[in-house]
Design a protein around this ligand. Structure first.
Ligand code: GAL
Length: 723
């Protein structure tokens, strides 16, 4: 039996601090830091005892990800090197261990080494140094399973086509597929070759889809004279097709509505483990109600991808890179990244397309011919895409994936009137329609902070809606993935100078801006009603004043607005302005309230109530106070329990008497944590747009107490159980 042991405890960082992985080499402030702080080498070391039971076994260390240029030494001897910062690698210890104590040392280098993709020029994100993912000790029989691939090319007569790669062609292989309940679905056996193909007929299986992400497990066992080795993999049955008519999953056309995600968090960079990765997937699926995410611009945590599998969130995964292509050796490393990404992730049903081009790079025939060839030779079932922003670019992939930032371009003085998306053939320059998807829009064209004026945030919302509307209206567009889900820290060359790109529909703590509801409101009401007026409900926040035109983001079919004691008005979604959106917003403007009616409102500012109806039935309601006062401090952890070595997000919000956040309440809160957990980030922070957040990192079981205080709103004490 294969033994996999957690190897994350008791690392000595820089000869000084005892740390547990995942670990970030340099913790950064929230903003205005010097990003060169982590751009240097660091050392992690660890002493461990060789177990006599490892005699005559294959012993390896599996590194899930280390940034970057890693060198692993065992007892002074180099046992592994790995330059890329995003893909996994192994260090083989077999035959090199000494009895008793062994010394492991791992050096990483956070320098932006131009020999390693994505480096060589500027990049708009940070690549935080550290052993930022986990390390596992793996013990197997000397002849062992190296990898397993499962393809499900046919869903009419479903079958699993399996390839098992073993280290030596000896012994017998057994493959068993089980459903979620553990019931056996199919089984096959064969003598083990280096690369063994097995086909398992699986009639009657449930297909994987966003609505029903049915998962199966494949158990592969290799039996040799040395014993048994086994590998368990999860997968799903599904078929993806991108055609000039759009995207089809299991034969059904689906419009892909998504956002880009960077895997970074405030202060701690990339180094959050399972719970934070899963939470991000949940936020994108359930809060933003997207069906697609792009892992811009690199392979992300497998915990994130596993969560996407479970949630039914489709994924565009791509190789590391940003605009720049290096020399031949660099390109070779990039081709290896294609191989490493696909062989790591080919069994995730959530992944529907591989990005095999350096994000937004120029054409390079030989390089991209090769990345495409490698991807196609490794995986027959998924198309390739290559994200560009140049038009008329050479189309070597299966799907033309385009960052279309045309909206807002008119502000640069062009003659073109406001255009959400360009027609496909204008972009591709091809004489025929091809499979086509929008992989970015928005972002730097209209950076918007959660502290920005309501009016700007409303325009932010409209821009996202305009592009989604254009996407829904054009049958030749498979989908659109906005830039981006969450604000992120970046280099001085980008963002607002504060080292933040305020491009998210959520802030860095994943707190929604109004634009988040542009996405959420496109969901079916069966997922729950969305009712989000784009307003802070104040007379003088906007230029000149008032709250009209008022956008109400909703999937309700009718909305009522009541202002003070004036007669309420019922308003329907604006299908004229946004004809293609599944759920256009309700727009309250002078078509709804005449000038005379507004005149009657007077100068006295009144309370408001917005109510959402579906089929005449009230399903949602929100009240706004005319006189908001700071009333309550809310401390909202994502859960009341935390894994003994995991992390948990806690949001802190200042609320008024109706429960709305106070957008302009920048007062500080102090945060203390006692018990077996550490607070990530400082303990005295301002509220930004009425909220802040932090992560807890547990280091053992027990009771954790969080105390949050504000001079005006008092103290809130919250208990979390670490188990
Ligand atoms: C794109 C790029 C993204 C991000 C975005 C900002 O050009 O691919 O990484 O920088 O612009 O809008």
């Amino acid at each position: 039996m294969r033994i996999l042991t957690d190897f994350n405890d008791d690392w000595l960082f820089e000869g000084r601090d005892r740390v547990r992985l995942p670990h970030n080499a340099v913790e950064l402030p929230f903003s205005y830091f010097d990003e060169r702080a982590y751009q240097r080498p660091f050392t992690y070391s660890k002493a461990f005892l060789a177990d006599p039971a490892w005699e005559n076994r294959e012993v390896t260390l599996r590194f899930d990800g280390a940034m970057a240029n890693t060198v692993v030494r065992l007892n002074g001897e180099i046992v592994a090197t790995h330059a890329d910062g995003y893909t996994p690698f192994v260090a083989r210890l077999t035959g090199r261990l000494v009895p008793g104590t062994n010394h492991l040392s791992v050096t990483i280098d956070g320098t932006e080494n131009p020999a390693i993709p994505p480096f060589g020029n500027v990049i708009d994100y940070l690549t935080y140094a550290g052993l930022y993912r986990e390390v596992w000790l793996q013990v197997t029989t000397p002849t062992h399973i190296q990898n397993v691939k499962i393809e499900t090319p046919d869903i009419v007569r479903p079958r699993a086509e399996i390839r098992v790669m073993v280290s030596k062609p000896e012994g017998r292989l057994t493959a068993v597929i089980r459903d979620k309940a553990g019931v056996e679905v199919a089984r096959a056996e064969a003598p083990a070759a280096l690369d063994t193909a097995l086909t398992l007929e699986t009639p009657g299986v449930a297909l994987w889809s966003p609505e029903n992400p049915a998962l199966y497990t494949l158990d592969v066992t290799l039996t040799t004279d040395q014993g048994r080795d086994d590998l368990q993999t999860r997968f799903g049955f599904r078929k993806v097709v991108f055609s000039p008519e759009g995207f089809f999953l299991n034969g059904q056309r689906i419009k892909l509505r998504g956002l880009n995600r960077h895997q970074s968090f405030p202060y701690i960079g990339y180094a959050l483990g399972r719970a934070a990765q899963v939470k991000d997937a949940e936020i994108i699926k359930h809060e933003l109600r997207c069906n697609m995410v792009r892992t811009s611009h690199y392979p992300q945590s497998t915990y994130f991808l596993e969560a996407c599998d479970e949630l039914g969130l489709m994924v565009f995964e791509e190789i590391p890179g940003w605009q720049h292509i290096g020399d031949k050796a660099w390109q070779k490393a990039s081709v290896e990244n294609v191989r490493a990404m696909i062989t790591r992730d080919w069994n995730h049903p959530s992944i529907v397309i591989w990005g095999v081009r350096i994000n937004e790079s120029g054409d390079n025939h030989d390089f991209y011919k090769e990345t495409n060839a490698v991807a196609r030779s490794l995986d027959r079932t998924r198309p390739t895409g290559g994200v560009r922003y140049i038009t008329d670019s050479e189309f070597l992939e299966d799907v033309y994936t385009m960052n279309d930032f045309i909206l807002g371009n008119e502000e640069l003085g062009g003659n073109r009137p406001r255009t959400p998306l360009r027609p496909q053939q204008e972009v591709t320059g091809l004489d025929r329609p091809v499979p086509y998807m929008i992989t970015e829009f928005g972002g730097h064209m209209y950076p918007t902070k959660s502290t920005d004026q309501e009016q700007r945030q409303a325009e932010h919302v409209i821009r996202h809606l305009d592009v989604l509307n254009a996407m829904y209206g054009d049958p030749q567009i498979a989908g659109a993935i906005g830039w981006c889900a969450f604000d992120y820290n970046t280099h001085k060359d980008f963002g607002s100078g504060d080292r933040i790109c305020h491009h998210g529909v959520m802030d860095m703590f994943r707190e929604p801006k109004f634009a988040a509801y542009a996405y959420a409101s496109q969901s079916d009401p069966s997922e729950g009603p969305i009712l989000q007026p784009v307003t802070f409900w104040a007379r003088g926040e906007r230029n000149i004043g008032g709250i009209l035109p008022l956008l109400i983001l909703t999937n309700c079919d009718e909305v009522e607005l009541r202002y003070g004691n004036h007669p309420p008005k019922r308003v329907k979604p604006d299908h004229d302005r946004f004809p293609h959106l599944p759920h256009p917003p309700v727009i309250v403007d002078n078509r709804v309230f005449t000038k005379d009616e507004l005149g009657l409102w007077g100068m006295k500012w009144e309370a408001g109530t917005v109510t959402g109806f579906i089929n005449g039935k009230q399903v949602a309601q929100t009240h706004f106070a005319a006189d908001p006062v700071a009333t309550r401090l809310e401390v909202a952890p994502d859960a009341t329990t935390i894994g003994a070595h995991d992390s948990l997000r806690v949001m802190v919000r200042a609320l008024d008497q109706t429960g709305h956040k106070l957008p302009f309440f920048p007062e500080p809160v102090s945060i203390t944590v006692t018990g077996p957990a550490r607070r990530v980030g400082p303990g005295f922070v301002p509220l930004r747009a009425g909220s802040t957040g932090f992560w807890l990192q547990a280091h053992g079981a027990g009771e954790i107490t969080i105390t949050v205080s504000n001079d005006r709103l008092g103290t809130v004490v919250t208990q979390i159980i670490s188990e």
